[in-house]
Design a protein around this ligand. Sequence first.
Ligand code: DQA
Length: 144
Amino acid sequence: YKLKLIHGPNLNMLGVRQPEIYGHDTLSDIEQLVVSEAKKKGFAADCFQSNSEGAIIDAIQSCYQACDGIILNAGAYTHYSYAIRDAISSVMVPCVEVHLSDIHAREPFRSVSVLEPVCVKQICGLGKQGYVLAVEELIKNHVR
Ligand code: DQA
């Protein structure tokens, strides 16, 4: 059983980037957290980050028949990438959308996620704890 954790643009800057909004944890801290939470439940977790839309789409496509669930923080692509949305629809792998911040309580453009309709759940505003919930949600409710 395998999960894929995918991070989009600027999330490689976590820890440095606007810590008052995104917290002090680095991307590697979050990746280690997801790997250890998954492991507790007998799952492996592969981690990936890219600043490029195409590379994120390739990572999602690589999950086809190869992963049991996807945890995706697509960064700003969340708000306008129909191509990432189509990639999620294409692979037929359950995807949980995670955001560190509460996208519904910030600038209006952030409150719309074009990915939400094709994800099994949206988790936001809980910081890194949101990723722990995403692992639980996938394993409890979506992985057969
Ligand atoms: C984010 C929220 C997005 O609006 C923003 O562009 C990000 C991070 C979050 O984790 O809170 O890059 O996805």
